[in-house]
Design a binder for this molecule. Structure first.
Ligand code: 5AD
Ligand code: FES
Length: 354
């Protein structure tokens, strides 16, 4: 019996490596029956696929956390509107532009504007901001990560110059989505937003947390199938981490090991995907981001937010880099990437067409 399982798992891994595709049942089987040997096989294949397309270059994105106000109430998130202990802030246009100025000097050529769903950020305000960033830095990409908006809004922001949009799908299983969100946040709306973004022409990113409450191997298998079909340009995954002021405060954190395994699997499914080694991964393991790169990731998103607000953008407990200056993060990451034989590049880092 043990022998057949061994054979099947090897065959399943080889099928993934050769075909970049598995059925949902096969993904589930792979996740459930992975061994250290299989994990290493998949990891080394993922690294060689990434190496062929992107070499040993790591793209960096300057992450500016523009607002901790949020109208939503995701059960896992520290800035959910029901968390009355959360300190709220928002950056104005001038503060955001000064982060970009600093980031440009540090070599960033992509700025990611991320925030809660904050009504202050109307289309008009965002259009003006995006236009000004593009005017000052025509050689930079602008990525938005501002949650769900209408088709018209996404279109206006794209026309103002935004290049990319990150909106994690969170889970590809509707029932599971319902267990992580209040009933007025809808799975169907989330999926429609992702379709809209792609249709408009954004380089679109989705993603999910690893080890979120109630998540099973079957759910993750469905996430992987979704990635295979949706074919995002970017995919953000990181371990779920508890936040002390949320309903999930007593749940368990997601596993670093499973996150690393999934980074490799995703690299094999989508060879050219822009795949960050996330801050959450650097939080569950002191060298999680390095391990992420060594598992097939090729993007790092250092914090460019003003030091005074960093603590307040706490989606989960013990987040790293909240006490550092932007320049410190930049240097720290160069050193960290250098230590594993990788190099941070000054480049927009667009998805490579293959
Ligand atoms: N742990 C890990 N990741 C989280 N996110 C939100 N809350 C948490 C948490 N507690 C992720 C979500 C969201 C992204 C911005 O951060 O996936 O889409
Ligand atoms: Fe921020 Fe290391 S990346 S201090």
């Amino acid at each position: 019996m043990a022998l057949t399982v061994d054979m099947d798992i090897k065959q399943t891994a080889e099928k993934l490596i050769n075909k970049h595709s598995l059925s949902v049942d096969e993904y589930e089987f792979l996740i459930t029956n992975r061994t250290p040997g299989i994990t290493e096989l998949i990891r080394s294949e993922a690294v060689s696929v990434r190496q062929k397309i992107y070499g040993n270059k790591v793209f960096v994105r300057g992450l500016i956390e523009i607002s901790s106000y949020c109208r939503n109430d995701c059960l896992y998130c520290g800035i959910r509107k029901s968390n009355h202990n959360a300190e709220r802030y928002r950056l104005d246009e001038e503060q955001i532009l000064s982060c970009c100025d600093e980031g440009y000097d540090l070599g960033y050529r992509t700025f990611v504007l991320q925030g809660g769903e904050d009504a202050y950020y109307t289309d008009e305000r965002l259009e003006a901001l995006i236009r000004e960033i593009k005017r000052r830095y025509p050689d930079c990409a602008v990525t938005l990560s501002l949650g769900e908006r209408s088709y018209e809004s996404y279109k206006r922001l794209f026309e103002a110059g935004a290049d990319r949009y990150l909106l994690r799908h969170e889970t590809a299983d509707k029932e599971h989505y319902g267990m992580l969100h209040p009933s007025y946040q809808s799975f169907d709306t989330r999926m429609k937003c992702l379709e809209d973004l792609k249709k408009i022409g954004y380089q679109t990113g989705c993603g999910f947390m690893v080890g979120s409450p109630f998540q099973t191997a079957r759910h993750i298998a469905k996430d992987l199938k979704f990635l295979e079909e949706f074919r995002p340009a970017m995919c953000g995954i990181g371990p779920f981490i508890t936040h002390k002021d949320t309903p999930f405060k007593d749940e368990e954190n997601g596993s670093t090991e499973l996150t690393l395994f999934l980074l490799s699997v995703i690299r094999l499914i989508l060879p050219n995907v822009l795949l960050p080694a996330t801050t959450a991964l650097g939080t569950t393991d002191a060298i999680g981001r390095e391990k992420g790169i060594l598992s097939g990731a090729n993007v790092i998103m250092p914090n460019l937010s003003p030091t005074e607000v960093r603590e307040k953008y706490a989606l989960y407990d013990n987040k790293i880099c909240t006490g550092e200056e932007s320049a410190q993060c930049r240097q720290c990451l160069s050193r960290r990437m250098g230590s594993i034989g990788y190099e941070i590049v000054t480049d927009r880092g667009d998805v490579k067409k293959i």
